[in-house]
Design a protein around this ligand. Structure first.
Ligand code: FMN
Length: 323
């Protein structure tokens, strides 16, 4: 039994499985689906603080939630303390999330080029200022998500500084920014952070099945696990990992039926929350049909369709054929 509850400030979660923030992926519908399958806390994709403050509609939609999407975190990305603080105050009053996370890990060029994401880690003073200013300005717990640095002592230094500045949890993706997604997540580096800090440390990177989840939590001793890519088109991963960590047994499943059924639920949730036209359904369709023996046929059909409604109808009828 490795599914401990987790405390982030006053917030006590039901367990310690986190859905990672993912741009273009973790919209409200997807978060709700992951939650139904056992995610204990979910994060919005990163929201640019400047775009949010300039009332950009697309950015505004990213933070939307529902009473069933609790507890959830809103992740902000930015480089100016002032703007991050302003955006965080807006987020707190508009979306009322349980947690506000600051992205200090994104390695993508357009983000680091603007001095945001992992670029912040080069400026410890700024990191400290951002975390302490937000902690001071908000009632909501502030958390931070980082990547590791080239030298272990630098990772520890920055993690310690984030804790001292008032963050109430930290997520560590065990890759350096320059690696993007190459190599594998460094569990030794994550473990070192866990040993150094007193706040909850959430391990992230390459958790893709029951064994990797168990290995990560046992090896690092971390307080929680954050799952990203393995949940894309496969929110059922939370149910599988939860079941395994609780019982030591694996869930038997009919993957084909499961994925199509989940895709149908995903589309229904998008429709219920008026998100159907704002999301890239084709990308999700590709992920949800990955690995299925009929996937090529379904993907070809989807590529030929002109709008979300047509994709919706196709998936619904594919699910009926299976029933
Ligand atoms: C499509 C995609 C979008 C992502 N967007 C974000 C983001 O908005 N904020 C963030 O902190 N990390 C983002 N990430 C990184 C993930 O949160 C996570 O740290 C990374 O994928 C490693 O975990 P994994 O091996 O479980 O996928 C993104 C990753 C992917 C694949």
């Amino acid at each position: 039994m490795k599914l401990n509850k987790l405390k982030i400030g006053q917030l006590e979660t039901s367990g310690n499985l986190f859905l990672a923030p993912m741009a273009g992926v973790t919209n409200l519908a997807f978060r709700l689906l992951c939650r139904q399958h056992g995610a204990d806390i979910t994060y919005t994709e990163m929201i640019n603080s400047d775009a949010l403050l300039s009332k950009n509609r697309k950015s505004f939609l990213k933070g939307l939630s529902s009473p069933y999407d609790r507890p959830f975190g809103v992740q902000l990305v930015g480089s100016s303390t002032e703007k991050l603080r302003e955006a965080a105050i807006f987020v707190e009053s508009e979306y009322r999330p349980e947690v506000i996370d600051i992205n200090m890990g994104c390695p993508v060029q357009c983000i680091i080029g603007a001095g945001c994401g992992s670029a912040l880690l080069k400026f410890p003073k700024l990191v400290s200022e951002i975390v302490s200013e937000l902690t001071y300005a908000l009632k909501t717990p502030v958390t931070v998500k980082i990547r590791i640095l080239e030298r272990d002592e630098k990772t520890l230094e920055i993690a310690q500084l984030i804790e001292n500045a008032g963050a109430l949890a930290i997520t560590v993706h065990g890759r350096e920014a320059k690696q993007m997604y190459s190599g594998s997540s460094d569990l030794v580096a994550i473990r070192a952070v866990k040993r150094e800090l007193s706040i909850p440390v959430i391990a992230n990177g390459d958790i893709k099945d029951e064994e990797s989840a168990e290995n990560t939590i046992e090896f690092t001793g971390c307080d929680g696990l954050m799952i990203g890519r393995a949940a894309m088109g496969n929110p059922f991963i939370f149910r599988r990992i939860r079941y395994y960590l609780e019982t030591g047994q694996k869930l038997e499943l009919d993957r084909q039926a499961r994925q199509l059924e989940d895709f149908k639920s995903y589309i229904t949730l998008l429709e219920e929350h008026n998100l159907l036209s704002s999301q890239n359904l084709r990308m999700h369709a590709h992920w949800f049909t990955k690995g299925l023996h009929s996937s090529r046929k379904i993907r070809e059909k989807i590529n030929g369709l002109k709008d979300e409604k047509a994709i919706f109808d196709l998936v619904r009828s594919s699910c009926k054929e299976k029933d």
